[in-house]
Design a protein around this ligand. Sequence first.
Ligand SMILES: *Cc1c(COP(=O)(O)O)cnc(C)c1O
Length: 480
Amino acid sequence: MRYQSTRGNSPQQSFLEILLGGLAPDGGLYLPVEYPKVTSEQLDSWRGLSYADLAFEVLRLYCNDIPEDDLRVLLRKTYTGKVYCNGRPEDNANDITPLHWLGEEGGTRIGLLSLSNGPTLAFKDMAMQLLGNLFEYALKHAGQKLNILGATSGDTGSAAEYAMRGKEGVKVFMLSPRGKMSAFQSAQMYSLQDPNIFNLAVAGVFDDCQDIVKAVSNDHAFKEKHRIGTVNSINWGRVVAQVVYYFQGYLLATKSSAEKVSFTVPSGNFGNICAGHIARMMGLPIEHLVAATNENDVLDEFFRTGIYRARKSAETLHTSSPSMDISKASNFERFVFDLMGQDGQATARMFKLVDEAGGFDISKEVIFKEIGKYGFQSGRSTHQNRLDTIRDVDHRYGVMIDTHTADGVKVARDHLQSGIPMIVLETALPIKFEETIKLALGRPAECPPAFKDIKSKPLRVENINADVNEVKAFITSHLN
Ligand SMILES: *Cc1c(COP(=O)(O)O)cnc(C)c1O
């Protein structure tokens, strides 16, 4: 499989060639030159496979420069019950992503696909754990080392650290805003004792951390000399790993490939739902893909109106579903490329408009009128919706959900269609956002046994000023 840039002006590359990089040289994102098609016979033959073996069937279509035996070993090492063991007491950890039916609402079954049973209790583990093993594999084969630099306000950073801890050839330097994350999130990150993980607590806000990462990335000489890489949400390896659980969710919800299902996806950077789009393009019988946003509703606005309007930092709201607080959706360009008939020049023009004018408007164009064929729908949820939904799902079904999943359930309920099961992706466990759970339910969030004493563990974190040179100096004195 070869990969092309969404801006149409970079050479095609193989999976392993794009795995460790970020953007294509022309500023675009990588996508396969075509989506492999899965027939209904193939799909039915995958019923009953373990998660790891299903992942093998899907990923072998995309990473055929990794020998199949190696790929299978990597996947079986990644998706084990030992790693995805933090689910609800009734879960079987070997299911990796169990499906919980909540019940029937207006004649439609509605369920949660649990993607948050991994080490950091959020869906980002699903892809990041694989990325950790793929990076180690790719670096060993190339005889290279990598220093990952990232900025986080919570979920991404901890998922990256837990994926890369102890991996050969990889070091992680993760910037986080000191004192600005939830108690649980800081404890989770800062308690890691692995010598290849460096937590840098920056005196500043998340934007300061991100600006430092950008400044270092723009220093090409420094970046090359010290082999600096990233694991942000535009990484193709992350997107493609997420395609697998749409197949798994579909197979768990149906008995034959004649049936359809819809998915609702709590969305921020469009990475998760982009994987759903790819699964659908491969032929998975998905009726609708519903993007659920919080008050930062860039995506909902686009799907309703055809107008894409990136927000300024100052316009981006801090909400109680913070992992969806985005100003622009970094993976959205992948969908736009497909929408434009895979025309790289046209896509480049539109994202030049995003950079220069803050957005684009295709409301009057034929392509927007035909957008229905991609199955997307959307909706938004507010703080009050979130609290109400957490309360309602707890009272009605006895299931505690986190704030992001609550946005998903709220929006899913507005898009139920008779006879088509609706699967909401559960993107985090409630304990990660315990302050809001307490507010909604008046009692503490459930805590998986392994996390009971997380806040009393010893910490390993370096305080640092919001200063590019200080960060560079730290990196060069702790390099791989
Ligand atoms: C990252 C994240 C999201 C948003 O996912 P995208 O891929 O950015 O759309 C939603 N919920 C949680 C809990 C997350 O960590």
